[in-house]
Unconditional design. Structure first.
Lengths: 86, 606
């Protein structure tokens, strides 16, 4: 398998993991909105309420930075990262 | 004062700017104590900030195509994040979002999840690859990846439909704020708003818009956070509201039961006396009040729409590298998160301060005549944003007898909580910044697509740079005026048309963009079918439901993009598979897009 094909395979793997996490916190947990309601969440908010106003949003921020770092590592591993800095 | 090149000095420039703005707020606060009128303060805030944006716009003027279209591709990640956040957060986010949460609670908060979750799709599926491509506009990518004028033209059509729907709402919002702050009729205020918008973008194109958007982000985030923290502290709810409002949220739930929320219903005859546009509290504040599908479908539509809206995508064309584009998406969402996570807190504080009888500001349970005598009630009643009526004739104000406009949550809460007027002036400046920055991004997206893709690439490929930029600027003005003219007619609410824009964008562009990178087999015929049928079926569904159609699968007029994009996906895959695969050159191009290193597909000047 060529270097480029391997790179793309890893990139696709990272995409699947990223989208899986995204799916859980944007869609998955809201299937159980009513069930989570009586559960206490961080800072004393009801769990569903906390996810909609802070939890999911914050997780998305962290997820994107994590994804960006992982992808950079993959690019470096196969020598596809850009020259120069940003 | 400033040595060396502008980009290296950005932190310093915006540091001085932020300091200057804070100093301006303090000067205004002092002036208020010395007797400056509320009206004069409002005018100062709006005029001062708009003048600054205009100066930045003038200083950013340019005659080069890549500076005009993509800000020279040298915007650092964090600053591009701020600019995107301002580009993204519109008048709807700033003025209407907290109000939506106030009235509809959980069901509405699907928008918070949708408008942030979409950035994960932007970062992982699209932005870095489109940056590598080196395009100036989104149709530039479609036109080059799939080839042919028809695919490019269809992308321009989808972009224009979605962005134009969106931009009228933003010009409407600038007009509303300008008319209140400057005290002029709405029909004229719309054009005042428009001129302010054009001042930022006309001379410098994307470069001017980038640097004004950073300035606008700073104003809008200060204007949003300062009152939230201040009100929370003043009410004794906690010095850091985001972590400390659990008791307040629980208290609202308790009061809802006490006041019989959901059990006491108003008759249709009573409701007919309530002025148009105002609503009462009918939904629980924090309890789950929507079915899982209603919540998820709305969030999903907003997420896919986010990843298809060209004015957001084109912000990532301005970063220096592919790596920077990815990081920049993270920063964008971080800056958006600062405001979005505060909106529910503002809604909570606003609601509690109005309905809790234990608080001095609470009005529920007071006598109707007492409420009608309150200064702020009279002001906002006059502005047609508040209304009380004694439906049951007991002389006391009940929860179901109090009505408010959605905008009032952001605009009136500082006054209700007893903050000085300077805060209201600041909020007006923030709302103006939010609406202007989004309108700028949108008008530029449309004008650039028409001038670059329609005029230069399709009509006159030999046009000189100077001529292209003249066409771009003329289009900018024409589109702006068209938008303002429609906005002046006030056909539709701000929030409704914003949501439609997302649905239009996802119907026509989501799958052609994503599959263009992730599926090599996708070809021209498939993309054409995907865009044309996606947009047509989405629009058809909207018209059907608007005209009394029952809809299916619980897809409403706010989520019609789910239907449109499903049609788009199926038709794109089917048509691609029954026609021949893309030629070797196109497949090679896709391979090159997939790695960050090497030259971009389109040259620096194209």
């Amino acid at each position: 398998m060529s270097k480029q094909a391997q790179h793309w395979e890893k990139t696709r793997g990272l995409l699947i993991v990223t989208l899986a996490i995204w799916f859980v916190f944007s869609i998955g947990i809201f299937l159980f909105g009513a069930e989570m309601e009586s559960v206490g969440g961080p800072f004393g908010y009801p769990l569903t309420y906390w996810f909609t106003c802070q939890g999911s949003l914050g997780i998305f921020v962290i997820l994107i930075f994590w994804f960006a770092n992982r992808q950079e590592k993959i690019d470096e591993e196969f020598g596809f990262s850009e020259k120069g800095d940003d | 004062m400033i040595k060396g090149n502008f980009i290296d000095n950005l932190p310093r420039v915006y540091g001085i700017y932020t300091g200057g703005f804070l100093a301006f707020i303090i000067i205004m606060a002092i002036a208020e104590q010395m007797g400056m009128t509320a009206k004069a303060i409002g005018i100062c805030f709006v005029a001062f900030t708009v003048a600054i944006y205009a100066i930045i716009g003038y200083l950013s003027r340019t005659a080069q195509a890549d500076a005009y279209y993509v800000a020279g591709r040298q915007v650092p990640t964090v600053f591009n994040g701020m600019a995107t956040a301002a580009d993204w957060m519109s008048g709807a986010s700033f003025v209407a979002m907290a109000g939506g949460i106030y009235f509809k609670g959980y069901g509405y908060m699907a928008l918070l999840v949708g408008w942030t979750g979409g950035y994960v799709l932007v970062a992982s599926l699209l932005a870095p690859y489109l940056r590598k491509f080196g395009c100036y506009t989104v149709p530039d990518f479609i036109g080059t990846r799939y080839g042919g004028n028809l695919s490019r033209f269809l992308a321009v059509v989808v972009l224009t439909v979605a962005s134009f729907t969106y931009v009228t709402a933003q010009i409407n919002a600038t007009g509303t704020i300008a008319s209140v702050a400057l005290d002029i009729p709405f029909q004229y205020a719309v054009y005042v708003g428009l001129v302010s918008i054009l001042l930022c973008s006309m001379l410098g194109g994307m470069r001017g818009v980038t640097w004004t958007q950073v300035a606008q982000y700073i104003v809008l985030i200060i204007a949003y956070l300062l009152p939230v923290f201040w009100i929370s502290n003043k009410m004794g709810a906690g010095f850091f509201p985001h972590f400390m409002l659990a008791d307040e949220v629980a208290r609202i739930a308790e009061l809802e039961t006490q006041f019989g929320l959901g059990t006491i219903k108003n008759t249709a005859a009573d409701l007919a006396t309530v002025p148009k546009g105002l609503a009462g509290i009918t939904k629980a504040h924090s309890a789950v009040n929507a079915t899982p599908w209603a919540f998820i479908s709305l969030a999903l539509a907003m997420m896919m729409g986010t990843a298809s809206l060209p004015h957001v995508m084109m912000r990532y064309f301005t970063t220096p590298s592919v790596k920077a584009a990815r990081k920049s998406v993270g920063w964008s969402l971080f800056f958006i998160f600062l405001l979005y996570s505060s909106a529910p807190m503002l809604a909570t504080l606003s609601k509690l301060s109005l309905i809790d009888p234990n608080l001095a500001t609470g009005i529920i349970g007071k006598s109707i005549s007492e409420v009608q005598a309150i200064d702020w009630y009279q002001n906002w009643n006059q502005a047609n944003l508040m209304f009380v009526s004694d439906f049951n004739g007991n002389g006391t104000l009940e929860l179901n007898e109090f009505f408010m406009g959605g905008k009032a949550v952001v605009l009136a809460t500082p006054e209700i909580a007893g903050l000085p007027y300077v805060i209201s002036g600041l909020v007006a400046a923030g709302g103006m910044a939010a609406a202007m920055s989004t309108a700028d991004g949108l008008i530029l997206a449309i004008a650039n697509a028409l001038s670059h893709d329609l005029y230069y690439k399709i009509i006159d490929p030999k046009a000189e740079t100077a001529k292209r930029l003249v066409v771009a600027r003329v289009l900018l003005v024409v589109i702006g005026f068209a938008g303002a003219t429609i906005a002046a007619m006030e056909i539709q609410g701000i929030l409704g048309s914003v949501i439609w824009a997302f649905d239009f964008a996802m119907s026509g562009l989501f799958f052609p963009l994503v599959l263009g990178v992730w599926w090599k087999r996708a070809n021209r015929e498939g993309a054409i079918a995907g865009m044309a049928l996606g947009l047509a079926s989405g629009m058809g569904y909207l018209i059907w439901v608007r005209n009394g159609g029952s809809g299916f699968l619980g897809i409403t007029q706010l989520t019609f993009g789910i239907f449109g994009s499903a049609v788009s996906l199926v038709s794109m895959v089917v048509v691609s598979l029954i026609t021949s695969e893309p030629d070797a050159a196109t497949q090679k191009m896709v391979d090159e897009v997939r790695v960050p290193s090497g030259k971009s597909i389109l040259g620096k000047q194209h």
